[in-house]
Write a protein that binds this ligand. Structure first.
Ligand code: E4P
Length: 222
């Protein structure tokens, strides 16, 4: 499973990269706005840190605008993946941009039927939003499982990018479902490292080691 960070925060991306487990980054207009820096500059900076796909989302609601923004973003850096919304115009835009060799991540996907459409339109990634479905009392992970199954049934090359992940169990469940990618906030990546037994084990090893070394010292002093 590939791990993407879902952020536009440069410090977090550098730290994720240093961990050695980062495969890419997804951004969205809310995440970029939060950082308060120019969009193009931010995307290029991320692309230069991460040796992998970096999703940059269009803000135009109409086909013409999406195509214009998408073509322009794709020229910024070879790592850029154009993110389009799963609307009628978004699906049309996906078909066109994919035909031009531009990789597209179809975002705001909430159902298997939407995922079928974007696979047919040649999307490189489909992003089902797990947490936002859970928020409205619908199982987001069920949608991920359905999409993985449907894509397998027909051999669609579109990769399932489980998005809107809110905790480590979402990542684990998405992996069990066979999602190709999980995109997560930095805090979730950090949480994945933690296990109380690892901490207890480390403490015990350190204490035993210290005791053994003290005994050696005592012996040496006799
Ligand atoms: C994915 O590409 C989106 O940016 C993201 O996962 C949305 O997550 P949220 O629902 O926690 O905002």
């Amino acid at each position: 499973m590939k791990f993407f960070l879902d952020t536009a925060n440069i410090k977090d991306i550098r730290e994720g990269q240093a961990m050695g487990v980062l495969d890419g980054v997804t951004t969205n207009p809310s995440l970029v706005a939060k950082e308060g820096k120019p969009f193009k500059e931010t995307v290029i900076q991320i692309c230069e840190i991460v040796n992998g796909p970096v999703s940059a989302e269009v803000t135009a609601p109409d086909l013409e605008g999406m195509l214009e923004q998408g073509r322009s973003y794709a020229k910024w850096h070879r790592n850029v993946v154009v993110k389009l919304p799963t609307t009628r115009d978004g699906v049309k835009g996906c078909k066109t941009l994919a035909g031009e060799g531009i990789r597209v991540n179809m975002t705001l996907c909430f159902s298997a039927s939407q995922a079928l459409l974007v696979a047919k339109a040649g999307a490189t990634y489909v992003s089902p939003f797990v947490g936002r479905l859970d928020d409205i009392s619908t199982s987001g992970m069920t949608v991920v499982r359905e999409i993985v199954q449907i894509y397998r049934n027909y051999g669609y090359p579109t990769q399932v990018l489980a998005a809107s992940l809110r905790h480590p169990m979402h990542v684990v469940e998405a992996a069990l479902a066979g999602a190709h990618v999980g995109t997560m906030p930095f805090k979730i990546l950090e949480m994945m490292f933690h296990h109380p037994l690892t901490d207890v084990g480390m403490e015990r090893f350190a204490k035993d080691w210290e005791k053994a070394n003290l005994k050696d010292l005592e012996k040496a002093m006799k």
